[in-house]
Design a binder for this molecule. Sequence first.
Ligand code: FA5
Length: 341
Amino acid sequence: MPLAEFLEALESTATDAVQAFNDANSNETLETARVEFLGAKNGRLKTVQKQMGTVENDNKKTAGQKLNETKQQIQSAFEDAKNRLTGGTGVIRDPNFDATLPGRLFRVGRLHPITQTIEELKDIMGRLGFTTAGGPEIEDQFHNFNALNIPESHPARDPLDNFYIRVAEQTTDSDDNLMLLRSQTSTVQIRVMENTPPPVRIISLGRVYRPDTADATHYPMFHQMEGLWVDTNVTLADLKTVLQLFATNYLGGSVPVRIRPSFFPFTEPSVEADYFWDGRWVEFGGAGVVDPNVLKAVGYDPEKVSGFAFGLGVERLCMIRHQIKDIRDLFTNEVRFLHQF
Ligand code: FA5
């Protein structure tokens, strides 16, 4: 092919390409032009390029230079068109899109109210210096009972009050070895203290399981927030301060907190914590000063350190905040209910 003809073919390809890219006004027209001119197989530029082999050897250098210039010219016309259409964002705007129209709500998925509550509790307790710890939901009896000072004969171990399970690896039929779905997050206190020397200041949020009949305030699976603070000289007064700060942060304002005597095998003294809300006292959970036997079970010296622990029902906290009257509403997964949060 004579050089002049080759250069002319390049020239007209460039003119048509620039025109097509300038005219492109949508994703589709830009893509069509790209394939027509820059397509790797049958694009017009490629077709002209293939003819370079037929240009006389003496003219090949000139032909090559012009080919490169043309390539760059077409490529940059393409880039310009793309930037023009995407406003530099890489996303091509619909030419029919009218940014001046009023916005309409687009419903996307959202976090379950319990998940939202958990995130908020972590945030509040994090600001009070508590880090988050975790533990397994399938527990052994040592962590769910023994280490928590709950003796073999204690009614809390009753099969009617626990979901015992036999796991595959278990070789013996002895009930002593049965695992269980943890009935309280207090198990995590033990796991943390076993692995961490004092001081510890943790919370643990997770699911617990009890064969309770479902009613407006009970469900067989629910969540607890466990708290544990062990250090030199931590007292019941610190517990009350933390519960009070928590209540103020979670419920807002000055929510009265009271503690009543109670009993848990792993705390001494033990208390029940109530908050005054909506004209009545509402129970949030149990708490107390960690029993010296528990500290001993994890290798802590009760002469040197002391601490408090608490376990609050997350569903109850969530229900109070959002005025949910029935805990079962949280688990039926009715979309119209969930969309309110
Ligand atoms: C405990 O589970 C103790 N582990 C709490 C504790 C921790 C005491 C650390 C001392 C030191 P209790 O069984 O009371 O305590 O449960 C605590 C809270 O869980 C209750 O106050 C309630 O808010 C919630 N809860 C208990 N059972 C259910 C249920 N079936 N459904 C929903 N929430 C429940």
